[in-house]
Design a protein. Structure first.
Length: 222
């Protein structure tokens, strides 16, 4: 049971990936063109210019921008998970993806990784789980409270100790990182672990905590 054919309503994720790749290419071209613009003479000192570049946003403005960023990240993840759900024939995968979509719509925070360089999907963000109410649902190996992931502070994405997104299948097609574990497993709760969002270290991505340290939770994988 793999992906649906286009006649069956599949191909949604491939179409989304192609659109995102075109958007990334356009952005890179715009950045390259901007970098080639001649510098405008200024009477400001180097220190003043550095201060201007760092910005002096008020806490209220920064909070608004952080909230906007979180909303955009959640919307992107819901769109991606929906495309993957609509493409798959596997009923277990559909159930797990539906669970993550519900968690995000209920206020959860997406946990993401990034496809590695060198592939067609390099730079694309992949949603691997959701944190909501101190509980992580997603691919084992990406739980932010487990200590088994490293965060890229520039993108807010995570790299699992088991590997990185965008590795290759034996047939040459790309796949996301998936550790060699069972589909569903049980782990001990972690207490009071804090995760920072990528673009702004001052923003907490999720507060992973529990009232009973011995209580176990299920981890749903997709």
């Amino acid at each position: 049971m793999g992906e649906k054919t286009e006649a069956e309503g599949g191909g949604n994720q491939r179409a989304r990936s192609a659109r995102l790749a075109a958007e990334r290419k356009k952005k890179q071209e715009q950045q390259a063109a901007y970098a080639k613009r001649p510098m405008t003479p200024t009477n400001k000192s180097d220190r003043q210019q550095m201060a201007d570049m760092s910005g002096t946003r008020s806490p209220k403005t920064q909070e608004f921008l952080n909230n906007q960023r979180r909303v955009k990240q959640t919307q992107d993840s819901i769109e991606e998970l929906t495309a993957r759900r609509d493409d798959t024939r596997n009923p277990i995968a559909r159930m797990n993806l539906d669970n993550q979509i519900r968690e995000l719509k209920a206020g959860g925070t997406p946990v993401t990784t990034e496809f590695a360089r060198g592939g067609a999907r390099a730079g694309e963000i992949l949603t691997v789980g959701v944190v909501r109410g101190g509980r992580y649902s997603g691919r084992q190996g990406f739980d932010p409270g487990s200590g088994n992931v490293r965060m890229n502070p520039n993108t807010g994405t995570y790299q699992s100790v088991y590997g990185r997104g965008g590795t290759m299948r034996s047939d040459g097609s790309e796949r996301a990182t998936k550790p060699a574990t069972t589909q569903s497993t049980t782990i001990q709760d972690t207490a009071s672990s804090t995760v920072s969002s990528g673009g702004d270290q001052s923003v907490r991505l999720a507060q992973l905590s529990t009232a009973a340290a011995g209580r176990k939770r299920r981890i749903f994988t997709a």
